[in-house]
Ligand binder design. Sequence first.
Ligand code: HEM
Length: 218
Amino acid sequence: MSHRMMVLLVVGAALLLAGPLSGQEGMGPRGKGKGPGGGGQGGGGQGAAVQGGAGRAGMGQGGMRQGGMGQRGMGQGGMGRGGDAAMQADRDLFHELLTHRAEIRRTVKPIDGGVETLTESDNPAVAAAIRKHVGSMKKRVEGGSPIHLRDPLFAEVFRHAEKIQFAYEKTKQGVRVVETSDDPYVAKLIQAHAEVVSLFLKNGFDEVHKNHAVPAKP
Ligand code: HEM
């Protein structure tokens, strides 16, 4: 009898301890996910969105599951339901560009500190869409309002956005972009991103669904 009581007591105590612990595990990643999301939505919290963008908090705790949650939370700031006001317009534009990718040609020239790119189309509507996309991406880089954070390379570009100089000029059929940084690592990020834009053109939506590696630090 007393042995049975002991067993009941031990089981009861174990249940009490297990309850709050598993609750904390559940809350942790969710709480983190929300943080960067809020930053992404508020203009004033832009720094937070960029810094939280990599889901470092989630990843830092090690587990795959927590890393995944961190990324989902971050996604809500950068691309998810909340998004920012320009998000849907930007997405529509990606779609248009990707749909017309066969009509777009592009060259990427690595230069000191970054790239010079020329992206053009004979179709005036597509040329206009390219210019519009570049204009709004420049604003995102300069305003620290990131997009496509699910992809580690994009997250890393936006984390270093304040070190990027982004200039462009209209050409007859599109746009010439000069994107550079004084920081050699950021220059590598810019070059890697430019190659990914070219891959978007080559492979379309399949490439957009992929994650792209962050280059090694020099
Ligand atoms: C066919 C499709 C696309 C074209 C032609 C295109 C074109 C460009 C061009 C010309 C630039 C300026 C920088 C450079 O030339 O390397 C740029 C920047 C950018 N694009 Fe796109 N893009 C396309 C698709 C996308 C997609 C699908 C996304 C995101 C989901 C995206 C996100 C960005 C971002 C964030 C930047 C600014 C970051 C940076 O330049 O470092 N683009 N894009």
